[in-house]
Ligand binder design. Structure first.
Ligand code: ZN
Length: 196
């Protein structure tokens, strides 16, 4: 009896504080990403601090994809830390748990591969990604394609192959999130039409 009462009290406490806990986890992940990407900037004419990118991916997941699951949003904030910073997978696990670690690992390209090989592997692997990794990949690519507008005109001309690879990636990710897929497809097609 006492045990049952304790369990129900604990469950009630968790329900009451879940929003607060999720907020703290996300705030920690924002702080972690901002520190890890410190001194890095996005390509393009604006000189945007790199951390604006993972923040934008999370915004897109939340507002455009309707994604609310905290492990997906946390992994989205960290999705480039293994690939582009000194962060280790163990560090992510220690701070955010095993699930977030494994999603970020799925999204990390093998640094030994050439950029063409990376694109090929991303398309091949996309079908086998977890649902969380597929959601993040869609929002990540949507952000990156929108961001091409900030390149200078000669760099943009070189992006045709990236746009074509993105269509292949999108096709491999279909069935994940209709809203994000439609936005990504429209953005790729508009830019392919402009870029020839
Ligand atoms: Zn990214």
């Amino acid at each position: 009896m006492l045990y049952d009462e304790l369990v129900s009290e604990w469950l009630a406490y968790n329900l009451e504080h879940a929003v607060e806990l999720n907020f703290l986890i996300l705030l920690n992940a924002i702080d972690f990403a901002a520190i890890k990407h410190e001194g890095q900037y996005r390509e393009g004419v604006l000189g945007t601090p790199y951390v604006i990118h993972p923040l934008g991916v999370v915004k897109s997941l939340w507002f455009e994809g309707g994604v609310r699951e905290v492990s997906t949003l946390t992994a989205a904030l960290l999705h480039d830390t293994l690939e582009d910073t000194q962060t280790t997978a163990d560090e992510i696990e220690a701070c955010f748990g095993y699930r977030v670690r494994s999603i970020v690992e799925e999204l990390t390209d093998d640094s030994q591969l050439s950029s063409e090989e990376k694109k090929q592997k991303q398309v091949e692997h996309a079908r086998h990604y977890s649902r969380e990794a597929r959601l993040i990949k869609l929002a990540d690519r949507l952000y990156n394609i929108r961001d091409l507008k900030n390149l200078n005109p000669s760099e943009r001309l070189a992006c045709r192959s990236y746009l074509q690879w993105s269509l292949k990636l999108l096709n491999a990710l279909r069935g994940t999130n209709a809203a994000l897929e439609a936005l990504l497809e429209a953005e790729i097609l508009v830019q392919l039409a402009e870029n020839h």
